[in-house]
Design a protein. Structure first.
Length: 211
């Protein structure tokens, strides 16, 4: 029954992660975010289209979805499975739900915030370090994708280095960081192309005036 239990947690995580925060925030302001900016239903596009006062809370909620899926769903008394595997199942379900939202015809965001929330529950110290990388580069350049891609690339390395330094991480979680980094690169393939071409979109930072 262990496979069934994993599937139940993954499905619950998927349904939670699929809640389209950016879309709902846009609708509250009379904006269909799918028709503006990159058309992506995620925190980055919310930041770009709706501004940082909306975009940052959207990102925080998307992060919370991944965290709750990995931290709370494994506590459901289903089996004697290693909680790390249940947390991965719930968290991965939330990330996939965020990318392929069941409420918007399998259209969603890029999974960065939900993935960060999942990993915050599993490996908080590496995620804290990589969050610093994200904010430094995203707000330093005004390009969210630069921060997202850089933080994703740094995460497996930081996790491995900390494990070597005496901060143990479950082997399955270490491999998960690699898989998520690859997923982030895949979901950002269009951004990477625009970065190479110098056409990537920027967002207005809090200290910048409207021009």
């Amino acid at each position: 029954m262990s496979a069934l239990h994993l599937a139940v947690v993954a499905v619950l995580g998927y349904l939670l992660g699929g809640i389209p925060t950016a879309y709902l925030a846009g609708r509250l302001r009379g904006v269909d975010i799918r028709k503006h900016g990159s058309g992506n239903v995620g925190g980055t596009n919310a930041l770009r289209v709706l501004g940082w006062k909306v975009g940052l809370p959207v990102m925080a909620i998307d992060l919370a979805k991944g965290y709750l899926a990995a931290a709370l769903l494994p506590r459901i008394p289903l089996s004697g499975l290693d909680t790390a595997y249940l947390a991965i199942a719930g968290g991965v379900g939330a990330v996939l739900g965020h990318i392929f939202s069941p409420y918007l015809g399998l259209r969603g965001g890029k999974g960065v915030a939900a993935g960060a929330g999942m990993l915050l529950a599993l490996v908080p110290v590496p995620v804290g370090i990589c969050a610093g990388v994200f904010f430094l580069l995203a707000f330093g350049t005004g390009i969210v994708s630069v921060g997202s891609i850089s933080a994703a690339a740094a995460l497996p390395l930081v996790t491995w280095l900390l494990s070597r330094a005496g901060y143990p991480t479950h082997p399955a979680v270490q491999w998960l960081t690699v898989a998520l980094a690859l997923l982030v690169f895949w979901t950002h393939r269009a951004n990477i192309k625009r970065l190479i071409q110098g056409r990537e979109n920027r967002f207005r930072r809090p200290w910048e005036r409207r021009g």
